[in-house]
Design a binder for this molecule. Structure first.
Ligand SMILES: Nc1ncnc2c1ncn2[C@@H]1O[C@H](COP(=O)(O)OP(=O)(O)O)[C@@H](O)[C@H]1O
Ligand SMILES: N[C@@H](CCOP(=O)(O)O)C(=O)O
Length: 349
C-alpha cells in the first residue's frame, strides 16, 4: 500500500497575502492500493472511498473528485489517459472544507503526488509544485502543504508564451467531469519553474490556535470581495510588516509585541469582514496586552478560521474568541496545532 499524507495550511499570516503559508498538523491521508496485474471496469480505472471531513459533499467518481481529477491531469500530461492499472484510493480527511485551512490546496497536492506515484513519473517536488500551481493559482497553500513548515513563496515572471499557457481556463487543465467532453487531447503541461518557495525558521515556543467556525466561506468568493487596486499607503503598510514577519516568528524567545505588529494587514482582512461576523471585534480586542501568551492574530487563509499564535494560555485565548463568535450565534471548534515541518510524505508498506 502507498500512503500519501498532506498537511493543512494557513495562508497569509496577516500581511503575506498570496505569499506566506504555514503547514499545520491536520492531515489529509490517501491509502492507495494498486493492482499491477489488472485493469478494472471502474471509471478511469479508479475506485474512491472516503471518510472524515467533507464525506457528505465530496464527489467520489474519479472524473469529479478534486484529488483524482488532479492526478488525472498529471497522468494525461504524461500520455496516460486513465489510471494505468486498477487503483483503489481510500481518502481519510481531517481538514475541514472551506474554512481557510487549505483543504483544496491539500487536495491538489495529494492529487499531484497520487498521479506521480501511480504513473511512476519520478517528478521532483519542485516540478510537482508547477503542477499544483496550474490548478491552485496562489502558491501560499500548496507550497506549505508540499514542503512543510513556514514558507515564503513567489511566482516567476514567465515568457508571454508561458504566461498564456498558465492562464488557460481550469476546465482545460482538469479532465472533464462526467457529462463533459473528453476531447482525447492531452492537457497543457505546466511551464517549468512557475513558482518557488523559501522556508523560514519557526520559534519552537509558538503554537497555533485555530478557531474554526461551523460555516464555510468559499475561497473564490472571499477573493471576489477584494479590490483590484490598492492605495500606496496600504501597500507600504503591508510591505513594512511583511519585512518583519519571518524574523519575528523565527526569533526565540519570541517577542509578542513585535509579532503582533508584524501580523497587521490592510490588503485582505478589512475586505473580508463582511463575510465573517465578529472578525473586526476579534482582531481589535484580542491583543498581547489584553491576553498574556498571545503573540499575534489573523484570519487563516480566506477565512472564516481565526489563527491565534501563542506561547501559553491557549484555552483562555481560544475561549475569548469562541465567546465573540457565540455573540454572533456562530458555533466553532478549536484545535491547538503545531507546524507540520515535513510537509507531504509518501510511504510504502
Ligand atoms: N478532500 C477533498 N476531496 C475532494 N475535494 C476537496 C477536498 N478538500 C477540499 N476539496 C474541494 O475544495 C473546496 C474547498 O476549497 P476552498 O473554497 O478553497 O476552501 P479551503 O479554504 O478549505 O481550501 C471544497 O468545496 C471541495 O470542492
Ligand atoms: N492567499 C489566499 C489563501 C486562501 O487560502 P484558503 O485556505 O482559504 O484556501 C487568499 O487569501 O485568498
Amino acid at each position: 500500500m502507498i500512503t500519501i499524507r498532506v498537511p493543512c495550511s494557513s495562508a497569509n499570516i496577516g500581511p503575506g497575502f498570496d505569499v506566506i503559508g504555514l503547514a499545520l498538523s491536520i492531515w489529509l491521508e490517501l491509502q492507495v492500493e494498486v493492482n499491477e496485474a489488472k485493469s478494472s471496469d471502474s471509471l478511469l480505472n479508479c475506485v474512491i472511498s472516503y471518510e472524515g471531513q467533507g464525506a457528505e459533499e465530496v464527489p467520489l467518481t474519479a472524473d469529479s473528485n478534486l484529488i483524482t481529477r488532479t492526478a488525472l491531469y498529471v497522468l494525461r500530461c504524461h500520455g496516460q489517459r486513465a489510471f494505468p492499472v486498477e487503483t483503489k484510493v481510500h481518502i481519510i480527511n481531517t481538514i475541514p472544507l472551506g474554512r481557510g485551512l487549505g483543504s483544496s490546496g491539500a487536495a491538489v497536492v495529494a492529487g499531484v503526488l497520487l498521479g506521480n506515484e501511480v504513473g511512476k513519473l519520478g517528478l521532483t517536488k519542485a516540478r510537482m509544485l508547477d503542477y499544483c500551481l496550474m490548478i491552485e493559482r496562489h502558491p501560499d497553500n500548496v507550497a506549505a502543504a508540499l514542503y512543510g513548515g513556514f514558507v515564503g513563496t513567489y511566482l516567476n515572471d514567465l515568457s508571454p508564451e508561458d504566461t498564456e499557457r498558465k492562464e488557460i481556463p481550469l476546465s482545460e487543465v482538469l479532465p472533464a467531469p462526467a457529462g463533459g467532453q473528453d476531447t482525447g487531447r492531452n492537457p497543457p503541461e505546466p511551464p517549468i519553474g512557475i513558482g518557488h518557495y523559501m522556508k523560514f525558521p519557526w520559534a519552537k515556543e509558538i503554537k497555533a490556535i485555530a478557531i474554526i467556525p461551523q460555516f464555510e466561506v468559499a475561497t473564490a468568493k472571499a477573493r471576489q470581495v477584494l479590490p483590484d487596486s490598492y492605495s500606496r499607503a496600504d501597500v507600504v503598510f503591508n510591505l513594512q510588516r511583511i519585512a518583519l514577519l519571518p524574523m519575528a516568528l523565527g526569533k526565540s524567545p519570541p517577542e509578542a509585541e513585535q509579532i503582533y505588529l508584524a501580523m497587521q494587514d490592510k490588503v485582505h482582512q478589512p475586505y473580508r469582514k463582511g463575510l465573517i461576523p465578529g472578525l473586526s471585534e476579534i482582531l481589535q480586542s484580542v491583543t498581547p496586552k489584553s491576553h498574556s501568551g498571545l503573540c499575534g492574530i489573523c484570519l487563516s487563509g480566506a477565512g472564516p478560521t481565526i489563527l491565534a499564535l501563542a506561547t501559553e494560555n491557549f484555552d483562555s485565548i481560544a475561549k475569548v474568541i469562541l465567546d465573540i463568535f457565540a455573540k454572533q450565534d456562530i458555533k466553532c471548534d478549536w484545535k491547538l496545532l503545531e507546524p507540520a515541518e515535513d510537509g507531504s510524505t509518501v510511504t510504502y508498506s
